[in-house]
Write a protein that binds this ligand. Structure first.
Ligand code: SAH
Ligand code: SF4
Length: 443
């Protein structure tokens, strides 16, 4: 997916009006706008060949890097703390900024490593202020030109949400999701996940002493410009749990990037065996892509349902560590015209979730080139939302954001594809590496 979601705020305390006028107007607006977004090439440094970047690494990984250049064991912890502060608190881009690190060590660090970020290939700015970056990760070898992923920033006046990717593409094939049409290339490393926040902070000037670009829409409440993170970009985070958990430990570290775990949400299509581990080890908020209330329909919309059905999924939700009324699970429900949007569906949804501290996010379907579904009419969404609301659930409707730049939920897709087997074989045999990357859907 992916999300350029914006959770429209309403319904929690308000009268039973389910879709706010502003949400509706914004959604209609977004739909009718011409794609007049701004696209520009960004300038960022990329790691020089042979040198690896320290940006995004965990404390343990940094320690290993220091050991590799001969920093004595007794110093390593203190040096890691220094690097941590400069990289994650101050956003340093040059070792020379690290004034409390002695010159000889700075020189050794410079010789061996960089503070390069992944390359921002392009930045698109929607008319509503949403930003989408196409980010190219460092190459992993001679046959890899660098995997590309998308990352979306959704600013509001009182918060800024960054939607990060956990994989390049997705192996799952949810029938309404654009990302699902892209074959998985690979899991992102934890450093590549963390680097998405670093890139976002660079681009919107969210470091001490930095300023946002002229005219940029950023929160005005005095808090961080990126205050929330959602794992709702490309990929299924719970197919990459090790790296997602490690990345969360870096993102939430109070001496560095400092995001509260309560402001980090991991969205899963329902990888049941990994859910408990996520709660126990990462302690983040959980979102479930439910989208259907009957197994026969969910089997089609979210095919992982054939492996873990709705009953198993909801049992895993009930057992999610830390679940309480203050820490509810968000159930995402994409509104597909004539498919899952009837009154009976809404009533069944309420019945199924009984006893689970839950929020329900109704997501207007975001179309993408070639998609076979339509978004439910606004009247239908209102009616659906009202049934859910009357049953006692907050039922915000996500205002689609960044639709004009294909940055909304389910619209993300990069052109990186798996190296085709034959191309790989040819390249390995030195026959020629041209065309090894299939572009687009590449089938
Ligand atoms: N793979 C994870 C996280 C990424 S998807 C998951 O499926 O939960 C993030 C959210 O966007 C999911 O709820 C997903 O179902 C939803 N989504 C995907 N395609 C969409 C589309 N075209 N319109 C609206 N929401 C979509
Ligand atoms: Fe899209 Fe999420 Fe399904 Fe993957 S699991 S295809 S990202 S909705």
């Amino acid at each position: 997916m992916a999300t350029a979601l914006d959770i429209a705020k309403h319904n929690t305390n308000a009268a039973p009006v389910s879709v706010s006028d502003s949400a509706r107007a914004a959604a209609r607006d977004a739909l009718s706008r011409d794609a007049l977004s701004i696209e520009k090439k960004a300038e960022f440094t990329v790691a020089a060949a042979g040198q690896s970047s320290l940006v995004g690494l965990t404390r343990d990984e940094l320690k290993d890097k220091l050991a590799a250049i001969g920093v004595p064991e007794r110093e390593q912890k203190m040096r890691v703390a220094q690097l941590w502060h400069w990289i994650y608190f101050r956003g340093a881009k040059d070792f020379d900024e690290m004034t409390n690190v002695g010159k000889p060590l700075r020189a050794a660090l410079k010789d061996a490593y960089t503070l390069a970020r992944p390359q921002v290939v392009s930045e698109q700015v929607s008319k509503d202020g949403t930003r989408k970056w196409l980010i190219r990760m460092a190459s992993t070898g001679p046959l890899d030109k660098g995997a590309e992923i998308e990352c979306v920033y959704i600013p509001e006046t009182d918060r800024g949400t960054l939607c990060v990717s956990s994989q390049v593409g997705c192996t799952l094939t949810c029938s309404f999701c654009h990302t699902g049409t892209q074959r998985l290339v690979r899991n992102l490393t934890s450093a590549e996940i963390v680097a998405q926040l670093i890139v976002a902070r660079d681009c919107i000037g969210d470091w001490p002493d930095a300023t946002p670009p002229e005219g940029a829409f950023v929160p005005t409440d005095g808090g961080r410009f990126v205050s929330n993170i959602v794992f709702m970009g490309m990929g299924e985070p719970l197919y990459n749990t090790d790296n997602v958990v490690a990345a969360i430990s870096v993102l939430s570290d109070n001496e560095g990037l400092g995001l509260s775990r309560r402001r980090i949400t991991v969205s899963t299509s329902g990888v049941v065996p990994q859910m408990e581990r996520l709660g126990a080890e990462a302690n983040t908020m959980l979102a479930i892509s439910l989208h259907a209330v009957r197994d026969d329909l969910r089997d089609v919309l979210v095919p992982i349902n054939r492996k873990y059905d709705i009953a198993q999924l909801l049992d895993a939700c009930r057992a999610y560590p830390g679940l309480s009324n203050a820490r509810r699970i968000t159930f995402e429900y994409v509104m597909l015209k004539g498919v899952n949007d009837s009154d009976a569906d809404a009533r069944e949804l309420v019945r199924l979730l009984k006893g689970i501290p839950a929020k329900i996010n109704l997501i207007p379907f975001n179309p993408w080139p070639g998609s076979k579904y339509e978004c439910s009419d606004w009247e239908r969404i209102e009616r659906f939302s009202e049934i859910v609301f009357r049953a006692g659930y907050a039922s915000p409707v996500r205002t689609p954001r960044g639709r004009d730049i294909l940055a909304a939920c389910g619209q993300l897709k990069s052109e990186t594809e798996k190296l085709r087997a034959r191309a790989r074989m040819m390249a390995e045999q030195g026959i020629g590496a041209e065309g090894v990357y299939a572009v687009g859907n590449g089938e």
